[in-house]
Design a protein around this ligand. Structure first.
Ligand SMILES: *Cc1c(COP(=O)(O)O)cnc(C)c1O
Length: 375
């Protein structure tokens, strides 16, 4: 078989399809010299609120800030507890700690990698203020079960939907179930900007007003501050580019999902299911595959083989948050959250971006077959 490289992500392939539209959007912002908030940001916020079928969308500087600002708006104070999962990107918990509140970790399910709702309730204490489920890799957590517990116990749910824009569950979009939904436009997300960017969505008009203030230092009219906020706005340049890309999002998400089905098929036909566990989709979910993530036997040796053959791959995430150096003061030990710890040892994500070709996917599967069959 000829030596073919397959990158984990190929953003240039995406750019080639939409080059003209992206460059004119950028040019238009430069001609107007309006870079901070203004009509381009508003137009994007309206468009994306429509896409996500929610009332309000507030553009902010990053997905991490979307989480932080949501926690600030929810009134999370020093010493409060916020329950989340350890098998996620750092900033899911980082915002909690930034407010001098305490992240309390609950384990994930071994098949969907999302919050285990059965273990949620036992983590609630009188100090618990909020819950942050993560819609990991492109599919929703079990929101019915999580909302049932949260509503019964009077807790706010902030959804980390950073990896799941356009994902659905029971006919609703990820990010629209709880108090607020947080999105990231980091370039590698399904809707990626030309730098950092983020978004908060909500149906609550008062929350929207508060967030609009919090992203400009707590101010709704110049130099009058009702709250202590941040400087955290979505740039007009980002908004203009994202508005162009939003028109393609459903098509790109569908291609990712199609690629995942194709991989499942190829791995099954190659007889590799004794070595690999394919990604599971909850039947209630529409999965948008920000990542296609396997559990693999001899994962580290497999990765070395893929590296030698220039097949893009990455481990999301190698160290669960409760075992991170910076969280040692929280007092967790190895074995406390066994599913997350096991996943950290077993998972590997493969290229699944929309422009991936069938031949590239076949190459990936062939390499993985070679690895297992040569052992
Ligand atoms: C990307 C991501 C974030 C943070 O987004 P940034 O825009 O990079 O700050 C938060 N949570 C999860 C699960 C993410 O994947």
């Amino acid at each position: 078989m000829p030596f073919v490289k397959v990158p984990l992500l190929d953003l240039q392939a995406q750019f080639r399809q939409i080059r003209g539209d992206v460059l004119s959007a950028i040019e238009e912002v430069c001609e107007a010299q309006g870079f901070v908030l203004g009509p381009r940001v508003e137009a994007f916020e309206t468009a994306i609120a429509g896409y996500l079928e929610c009332r309000h969308a507030v553009g902010v500087a990053s997905g991490s800030d979307a989480l932080l600002l949501s926690l600030m708006a929810a009134g999370v104070n020093p010493g409060d507890e916020v329950i989340t999962v350890p098998f996620t990107f750092f900033s899911t918990a980082g915002g909690i700690s930034r407010l001098h509140a305490v992240p309390v970790f609950v384990d994930v399910l071994p098949d969907t990698f999302t919050m285990d709702p059965e273990q949620l309730e036992q983590k609630i204490t009188p100090r618990t203020k909020a819950i942050i489920p993560v819609h990991l890799f492109g599919q929703c957590a079990d929101m019915e079960a999580i909302m049932e517990v949260a509503d019964r116990r009077g807790l706010k749910v902030i959804e980390d939907a950073c990896q799941s824009i356009g994902a659905g569950r029971h006919g609703r979009k990820a990010g629209t179930f709880g108090y607020s939904g947080c999105f990231s436009f980091f370039p590698s997300k399904n809707l990626g900007g030309v730098g950092d960017g983020g978004l908060i969505v909500t149906d609550d008009g008062d929350l929207c007003e508060l967030l609009l203030a919090l992203r400009v230092h707590g101010s709704r009219s110049d130099y009058h501050h009702d709250h202590i906020g941040l400087n955290s706005r979505l740039d007009a340049l980002e908004a203009a580019v994202l508005r162009v890309k939003l028109q393609h999002l459903d098509e790109w998400n569908a291609k990712r999902a199609r690629n995942a089905v194709n991989y499942n098929d190829l791995f099954t036909r190659a007889g590799l299911l004794e070595h690999l566990t394919l990604p599971a989709t909850d039947p209630r979910n529409v999965h948008v595959f920000n990542q296609y993530t396997l559990r693999a036997h001899n994962r580290d040796e497999l990765m070395a083989y893929l590296k030698d053959h220039e097949i893009g791959h990455k481990v999301y995430y190698p160290v669960p948050l409760h075992l991170q150096e910076c969280y040692q003061p929280l007092g967790y030990a190895k074995g406390d959250l066994p599913v997350s710890e096991q996943l950290a040892q077993e998972v590997v994500s493969l290229p699944v971006y929309p422009e991936l070709t069938d031949a590239q996917m076949e190459t990936v599967v062939t390499r993985i077959s070679e690895f297992y069959n040569s052992r």
